[in-house]
Design a protein around this ligand. Structure first.
Ligand SMILES: O=c1ccn([C@@H]2O[C@H](COP(=O)(O)OP(=O)(O)O[C@H]3O[C@@H](CO)[C@H](O)[C@H]3O)[C@@H](O)[C@H]2O)c(=O)[nH]1
Ligand SMILES: [Mn+2]
Length: 382
């Protein structure tokens, strides 16, 4: 068995029912929970009701939950509620803010239990827990995929010095049936369905960005919660459906640290990459039966499709001062870079940069200051 595995696949996966919250954004209903009942019932649900707060959302009996609508968000955050999006799935990040647990699993209300090729139901939550509890390998690619899975290992030539791996911060699951395509692709391929079940979990290599989808996502809130802000989207904003993308880029970003005043450059990668935290993608699959309208989506995504051609180079070359000793401080520094370098693309980014600051203030207000939470250390054990 590979070195460093937190636990062997052969043993039952810890339930973590007291260490994990399930966050669900909804503008619809929660009937989908009936299908997930065997897997979700032991957990606490945080339901973020978007849209009209006077609408009653019925939660099926037997679930332990909190439900927050817009009135609750405004009551809890006061003026800081301005950083939580309205009428966009970005509202889900409010659930990350109010949770007190170590782990988060977030899922959309049109995602159902999928079956593997043998016809067996997939317990997506269990696989996410396995992904999060086992190390990642961002520093050197293992060609036999996840070396910590039962029946796999590191291949010949893999440095033994790297076989302990690093802590996993994010587990990014995938989708059978309706894949997470952007609106142009959906419009071009309206009948395309994803029938390909790939039995693999991959670590996204260090320094590589990726399009994070919030549909079937789990993360270690204690490690990188403050970086998982889903931005300002939806009502009153010039962009929508780039919430999860924005969070994924900020969370993963490789920040080069340049201290011009001291004429030396120390390349530091904060948040996931620098700390050597890993981001995994692949299993588990859910069954996505999309309910959103591609034409409406096109309107929401238009600016994002255009702007991201400038956003990606920004994230690939962002810089950071060395005083950033917590995820919060790194995030605040990133917000300064957003204001300085992206404001010229559109004034929206000036507003977004301010909202990033408000988010961190709200995080610290509800969860304690940056100094004693989500500290950046080079020692993943701390
Ligand atoms: O205004 C809204 C719209 C939706 N929601 C809730 O958010 C999720 C996702 O919504 P939906 O399934 O309609 O959208 P998709 O196109 O399938 O979602 C993909 O795009 C991302 C949007 O950023 C999303 O994360 C991806 O999965 C559902 O639970 C809706 O109820 C909302 O709260 N407010
Ligand atoms: Mn959907």
């Amino acid at each position: 068995m590979a070195g460093g595995a937190a636990f062997s696949d052969a043993k039952p996966t810890p339930i973590l029912k007291d260490e994990l919250d399930i966050v669900i954004p909804t503008i619809r209903n929660l009937d989908f929970l009936e299908m997930w009942r065997p897997y979700f019932e032991p957990y606490h649900l945080i339901i973020v009701q978007d849209g009209d707060p006077s609408r009653t959302v019925r939660v099926p009996d037997g679930f332990d939950y909190e439900l927050f609508n817009r009135n609750d968000i405004n009551r809890i955050l006061g003026p800081k509620a301005s950083c939580i999006s309205f009428k966009d799935s970005a509202c889900r990040c409010f659930g990350y803010l109010v949770s007190k647990k170590k782990y988060i699993f977030t899922i959309d209300d049109d995602c159902f239990v999928a079956k593997d090729p043998s016809g067996k139901e997939i317990n997506a939550l269990e696989q996410h827990v396995k992904n999060l509890l086992n190390p990642s390998t961002p520093l050197f690619f293992n060609t036999l995929y996840d070396p910590y899975r039962e029946g796999a290992d590191f291949v010949r030539g893999y440095p033994f010095s790297l076989r302990e791996g690093v802590p996993t911060a994010v587990s990014h699951g995938l989708w059978l049936n309706i894949p997470d395509y952007d609106a142009p692709t959906q419009l071009a391929k309206p009948l395309e369905r994803n029938t390909r079940f790939v039995d693999a979990v991959l670590t996204i290599p260090k320094g590589t960005l990726f399009p994070m989808c919030g549909m079937n996502l789990a993360f270690n809130r204690q490690l990188i919660g403050p970086a998982m802000y889903f931005g300002l989207m939806g009502d009153g904003q010039p962009i929508g459906r780039y919430d999860d993308m924005w969070a994924g880029w900020c969370m993963k970003v490789n920040l080069a640290l340049s201290i011009v005043a001291l004429n030396w450059i120390v390349v530091r990668k904060v948040i996931c990459d620098h700390l050597g935290y890993g981001v995994k993608t692949g299993l588990p699959y859910i069954w996505h039966s999309k309910a959103s309208n591609p034409f409406v989506n096109l309107k929401k995504e238009y600016n994002g499709i255009f702007w991201q051609e400038e956003l990606i180079p920004f994230f690939q070359s962002a810089v950071l001062t060395k005083e950033c000793t917590t995820v919060q401080k790194c995030y605040l520094e990133l917000s300064k870079q957003v204001k300085a370098k992206l404001g010229k693309i559109d004034p929206y980014f000036l507003k977004l940069a301010d909202a990033m600051v408000t988010w961190v203030e709200a995080w610290d207000e509800l969860n304690g200051s940056g100094e004693n939470s989500s500290n950046l250390t080079n020692d993943p054990e701390k």
